[in-house]
Design a protein around this ligand. Structure first.
Ligand SMILES: *Cc1c(COP(=O)(O)O)cnc(C)c1O
Length: 218
C-alpha cells in the first residue's frame, strides 16, 4: 500500500469514530488527492480560493471541500456554490457576505466561527464578545443563508502540551455552551498534525491533518 493510504489508515485507527478526518491538501498535487480519495478519503481542505476552485474542477464531484484559513470577502462568490464548510469566519462583514452569496444561489452555506485561542498575535480569530454578538444575531434570524455549524480554533505553536490543552479546553467549553442553545452546532474543528491527539482529548470532533498524511509541504 502507498504511503498516503498508510498514513490515513493509521490516523483513522487511532481516533474515535465520531471524529471527522479532514485531509489538508493545500500545495499538494491533484494526484496526491486522488490517491487519498482512492483509499476512501472524502473530506479535503484548501486555504487558497484559486487552488480550491481548480482542484474542485479537476477532481471527483463527491469530494466534500472545506475552506480553511483566511477568506477574503470578494472571493466568497467563487466557492459558495460547492463548498461544504468554511472554517475561518472571523468577522461579521465576512459572515454577511457569505449570507449574501447564499441568498443569490438560494443555498444555506455551512460555516464555522473561528475563535482566537492562541497567544500569538499572528493567529486569526474573533474574541468572545464578537462571538456572543454574532450568535445573538443568528438566533434572531439574521443570516438566513448561513448555517453556523460550530467553532474552529488554532492553538499556540508551542511544545508546551499543557498550554495547548488549556487553549483547546477553553474552546470546547465555549462550544458546549452554544451547542445547548443552537441546533445547527455540530463541529468543533481543532487539531492539526502536531496536536490532534491533545485536541481530541479536549473534545474536538473535526481534525485538519496535512503533513501527517501527505508529508511535509515545500
Ligand atoms: C495547513 C493547515 C492545517 C494542517 O497543518 P498540518 O500541520 O500540516 O497538519 C490545519 N489547519 C489550518 C488552518 C492550516 O492552515
Amino acid at each position: 500500500m502507498n504511503q498516503i493510504c498508510q498514513n490515513i489508515n493509521k490516523i483513522k485507527q487511532s481516533i474515535p469514530a465520531n471524529v471527522l478526518l479532514v485531509a489538508v491538501s493545500k500545495t499538494k498535487p491533484v494526484e496526491d488527492i486522488l490517491t487519498a480519495y482512492q483509499c476512501g478519503q472524502r473530506h479535503f481542505s484548501e486555504n487558497k480560493v484559486q487552488e480550491l476552485v481548480d482542484k474542485h474542477d479537476k477532481l471527483p464531484k463527491d469530494i466534500q471541500w472545506h475552506m480553511i484559513g483566511h477568506l477574503q470577502r470578494n472571493k466568497v462568490k467563487y466557492i459558495a456554490g460547492f463548498v461544504y464548510l468554511i472554517h475561518g469566519v472571523d468577522n461579521l462583514k465576512l459572515l454577511k457576505e457569505i449570507n449574501k452569496q447564499g441568498n443569490k444561489i438560494q443555498k444555506k452555506i455551512q460555516i464555522l466561527l473561528q475563535i482566537k485561542i492562541a497567544q500569538e498575535e499572528t493567529k486569526f480569530g474573533m474574541d468572545e464578545n464578537t462571538l456572543h454578538e454574532i450568535i445573538q444575531q443568528y438566533k434572531a434570524g439574521e443570516f438566513p443563508f448561513v448555517e453556523i455549524s460550530g467553532l474552529m480554533g488554532m492553538a499556540t505553536n508551542t511544545t508546551d502540551g499543557e498550554q495547548i490543552a488549556r487553549e483547546f479546553k477553553h474552546l470546547h467549553e465555549l462550544f458546549q455552551t452554544y451547542r445547548n442553545e443552537i441546533d445547527s452546532f455540530k463541529y468543533l474543528s481543532m487539531g492539526m498534525s502536531g496536536d490532534y491527539d491533545i485536541a481530541i482529548k479536549e473534545g474536538s470532533n473535526l481534525i485538519r491533518i496535512g503533513s501527517a498524511i501527505f508529508g511535509q509541504r515545500e
